[in-house]
Design a protein around this ligand. Structure first.
Ligand SMILES: Nc1ncnc2c1ncn2[C@@H]1O[C@H](COP(=O)(O)OP(=O)(O)OP(=O)(O)O)[C@@H](O)[C@H]1O
Ligand SMILES: [Mg+2]
Length: 500
């Protein structure tokens, strides 16, 4: 057998207080899709950043076609045909789509960037990922799912031999993800190798030729194509069986705590939204990307104040004009896009966790150091946040652990009504179950929970009741007894087409 296209031998990498990689080895064959999976903080992104020249290893070797190579920079990696699509999007918001795709490699014409040409060229790559936006659109104005597709188009444009995708589908809708899978198949047929990182094991099963599992910075095992199964992967990842994945037990709802009547959002001013939420109830909000679910939560939480309608919390009319007002009446929102709205990356875990609740209890400007320490210890424990200590700067945590900090921050508020927007996006199977448990526990304590999710299984597994949205409207409400895949899809597409 010939040498692998890319091989990593006994690679190690430490950060202050953390040994992220402890002698990891992997091998990648030509035209192979290799999935790399593992719990949050297992070292996946660190390994990929080393391969892409973003970080340097402490020790170990990287070989291409059997010969040892040194990858000193991103430029070096690209020259060797290795491109990485980052877990945390890496685009310039203030540039248009085409400029982002060709950033640093712009074709010049008479000393100036040939804008016409890059827009024309960009179109090809956008078509390849099935993204129908004007290349002249500013990236910052696009929804996160579209930004992700731009990032993928950008990676395609460098003609990589090894394309690394670090959780590429975490912000894509089912339809967008399908397009990506097709792109991956086409790449493989044309001889490109793909390293694919995902917490969605269903995808891994569908796509991977082979799976390498990392646990705590070490190799935990490999699975060949015919050995790949959900349970097999989970066992290697967490070292134990996870039974009863959704801990949900139907609740007997209490009194109505939130009553929304005819609320109109700036995003979809033509549609009025109405529903109620009871104490101790978990209500899922399903719909396709673009259905207006995030916009609804943002309006209820005062981020983009309502254009009309009324909202009652525990019988009292409120009209939050800002998140601070919403927090004041007992609402909390865990946002979808943690990097922009969820955490302050430059601050510590402890400060982030206590941030929102401090604003609420701060008396005469004093901070309560002991309370802050207790709160962060509690959240690190109950959410199993992987961090050396609570003074760690959040940007040094792995992606999934950052997400847990966002959750911790809002849970520390002890809200009456909790809005969750894609609460388990980018979170590993073990921690997902922890979050479901936490939702159960909060509901049992009487918190009313409204959660938006694009994962059908999660909607079916965790909801007492589900609202389904389509193009800014609530097209239906399903009681637990009537909850099914088909029923949700029918309402989510408003009867236009039922998914096969
Ligand atoms: N720049 C850094 N400084 C300090 N610690 C870091 C840094 N980058 C990563 N780490 C730590 O290294 C470990 C591995 O992180 P990594 O991002 O590789 O995990 P991951 O497997 O990608 O996890 P996730 O599934 O959450 O994305 C974690 O404990 C993380 O906190
Ligand atoms: Mg990662």
């Amino acid at each position: 057998m010939s040498a692998p296209l890319l091989e990593v031998r006994k690679l190690s990498k430490s950060f202050p207080g953390v040994r992220a990689l402890k002698g990891v080895s992997i091998a990648l064959q030509p035209a192979e899709v290799l999935a790399v999976i593992g719990e949050n903080g297992a070292g996946k992104s660190t390994l990929m950043k080393i391969l892409a020249g973003v970080q340097r290893p402490d020790s170990g070797a990287i070989l291409m076609n059997g010969a040892e190579v040194e990858i000193r920079s991103v430029h070096d990696a690209l020259a060797r045909g290795i491109a990485l699509i980052h877990q945390e999007l890496n685009l310039a918001d203030n540039l248009d789509v085409a400029s982002n795709i060709f950033l640093g490699r712009e074709p010049l014409r008479g000393g100036l960037v040939d804008t016409k040409r890059i827009r024309r060229e960009a179109r090809k790559f956008l078509d390849a990922v099935g993204l129908d936006v004007d290349p002249a659109t500013l990236v910052g104005t696009l929804p996160i799912g579209c930004q992700q597709l731009v990032e993928i188009a950008k990676a395609l444009s460098v003609n990589a031999r090894v394309l690394i995708m670090d959780e590429p589908t975490s912000s894509l809708s089912a339809g967008e993800a399908e397009k990506l899978f097709k792109v991956i198949h086409d790449l493989r047929s044309s001889g490109v190798s793909v390293i694919y990182i995902s917490h969605r094991l269903g995808e891994v099963k569908k796509l991977a030729d082979r799976v390498t599992v990392l646990r705590d910075g070490e190799n935990a095992g490999d699975l060949a194509r015919e050995e790949i199964s959900h349970n097999g992967m989970v066992k290697l990842m967490v070292g134990r069986d996870i039974s009863q994945f959704y801990p949900h037990e139907p609740h007997t709802p209490g009194q109505i705590v939130l009553e929304v009547a005819g609320i109109r959002t700036p995003a979809h001013p033509g549609h009025a939204l109405s529903f109620t939420l009871c104490a101790g109830e978990i209500v899922g909000v399903a719909g396709l990307v673009g259905a207006g679910r995030t916009e609804m939560l943002e309006t209820l939480f005062g981020v983009t104040p309502a254009l009309g309608g009324t909202m009652l919390v525990a019988g009292k009319e409120i009209a939050p004009r800002s998140p601070l007002e919403a927090i004041g009446v007992g609402l909390a929102l865990v946002p979808e896009d943690r990097k922009r709205q969820g955490v302050i990356l430059e601050m510590t875990v402890r400060d982030n966790v206590s941030l929102a609740s401090l604003r609420k209890d701060q008396r005469a400007g004093f901070r309560n150091g002991r309370r802050e320490r207790e709160l962060s210890a509690e959240m690190i424990g109950s959410l199993r946040i992987k961090t050396p200590h609570d003074r760690q700067i959040v940007q040094f945590l792995s992606g999934g652990n950052q997400q847990k900090v966002v959750l911790g921050k809002w849970l520390a508020l002890r809200p009456r009504v909790l809005f969750l927007d894609e609460p388990t996006r980018g979170i590993d199977v073990g921690a997902k179950q922890e979050i479901y448990r936490l939702m159960e526990e909060l509901a049992r304590e009487g918190v009313a929970i409204l959660f938006v999710s694009s994962e059908m299984e999660e909607i079916l597994g965790m909801s007492d009741r589900a609202l389904v949205m389509h193009e800014g409207r609530i097209t239906g409400e399903l009681a637990r007894a009537g909850l099914s895949d088909e029923a949700v899809m029918r309402l989510a597409t408003a009867g236009e087409k039922v998914a096969a």
